[in-house]
Design a protein around this ligand. Structure first.
Ligand SMILES: [Zn+2]
Length: 386
């Protein structure tokens, strides 16, 4: 394999990235240090909707993006600026279900497994329809649904990322200590009690409990499980995030009579936010050198490698369910679109291997033009999904 194979580099990178997700539970998820006292959380979502449905409807994608924006606001508010939401990758068609941070279906009661972020043991369960609707059916106040859904995700982050428990009053007595009981006393204000109250700019309801408002600890699931309020827990040895240890509200942080710090509204909350739609389609264009320098063994080796690559990618597409489009651009003294981007399957794999076999050597080399032509080919293929 000569250095000519390097022109596959770009294509291989995107393939390997997808491959990592299918085998690693938490690829793309994690915590990034962005300063001594700040961290960014990257998350993944497995979404039940098809890519074709999302690709053709930017207003539908916008509904999710708006919701995630409010999730980011709440993460910033609840951690008093210590954490921000970063890259949120959304996989359509329920892909990687069970391996992402959020499993998002059409209809269920949202929930989360406490403390399971960065483990393979649990996730946030989210839905399109609960006390909000995505897409919203309100023509006058869509924001209310987006806020509701975004703040629900943040409440679930309270469980999933920060290992906290609920602080609302349950509707039953089942004596499960981690479950809200009918005899519990709700914490006011607290996101682990009622995130719905935060809608419309009541940001105090996006904050965690403090020693001032937790009340009698046996009267909340949080208190029964941890013995203390949320901020005392987060700043103790049991808190997982050192950057939050200096973020608890101080005695001088008072808002409406409560000890708390209010950060919102603030554009800072969404500074690191990037919603990335992981489409089902990967476009790969092979750029092959057929200039005079390739005569003999180099061209023969290149053909063997290129055909093996086609077979590997075809198999990869089969096992992952990803749609791969593949094309060939050749270059020598001029570039040639030898094979347009075409969906790869067993039949097109044979066609494309025939094209590779029939590549002949020409004299000059115009590698730059070849790569440029290939890039334009890929760009025009991707422009329809925005
Ligand atoms: Zn809860």
């Amino acid at each position: 394999m000569s250095s000519k194979i390097k022109t596959f580099g770009f294509a291989l990178v995107s393939v390997m990235v997808f491959n990592a997700v299918s085998y690693g539970q938490i690829a793309f998820s994690g915590v990034r240090d962005v300063g001594a006292q700040e961290q960014v959380l990257d998350h993944t979502i497995s979404l039940h909707r098809s890519w074709s449905e999302l690709a053709s409807d930017s207003s539908l994608r916008d509904e999710y993006e708006q919701t995630i924006g409010y999730w980011a606001d709440a993460i910033y508010e609840m951690t008093n600026g210590g954490h921000r939401l970063g890259k949120v990758r959304i996989f359509p068609r329920s892909k990687y279900k069970g391996k992402t941070d959020v499993n998002w279906v059409a209809n269920l009661h949202p929930s989360a497994n406490p403390g399971s972020f960065m483990t393979s043991n649990g996730r946030i369960n989210m839905s399109d329809m609960f006390s909000y609707r995505i897409p919203s059916n309100s023509t006058t106040n869509k924001r209310r649904d987006w806020e509701g859904a975004g703040y629900v995700l943040a409440h679930e982050s309270g469980h999933y990322v920060y290992s906290l428990y609920d602080e609302y009053k349950g509707d039953t007595i089942n004596n499960l200590i981690y479950w809200p009981q009918l005899t519990d006393e709700p914490v006011v204000p607290s996101i682990m009690n009622n995130q719905w109250n935060a809608r419309g700019g009541n940001y105090e309801w996006l904050n965690f409990s403090t020693p001032d408002n937790i009340g009698i600890t046996s009267e909340t699931a949080q208190g029964r499980m941890h013995g203390v309020d949320a901020w005392t827990f987060l700043t103790s040895n049991r808190g997982k995030y050192d950057v939050l240890k200096s973020r608890a509200p101080s005695n001088s942080d008072i808002y409406n009579g409560y000890r708390m710090k209010i950060e919102l509204p603030s554009t800072r909350a969404r500074d690191s936010l990037k919603v990335i739609w992981m489409s089902d389609t990967i476009a790969i264009d092979m750029v092959l050198d057929r200039s005079g320098s390739m005569i003999g063994t180099p061209l023969r080796d290149l053909k063997i490698a290129a055909k093996a690559f086609v077979d590997i990618i075809n198999k990869f597409s089969d096992t992952t369910g990803l749609i791969v489009t593949i094309g060939i651009t050749t270059f020598s003294d001029s570039t040639e679109n030898a094979y347009p981007l075409t969906v790869l399957n067993n039949s097109t794999a044979s066609q494309i291997k025939n094209i590779i076999d029939n590549i002949n050597v020409q004299n000059m080399t115009a590698m730059y033009d070849g790569v440029l032509a290939s890039g334009n080919k890929l760009l025009s293929a991707s422009s329809d999904v925005g």
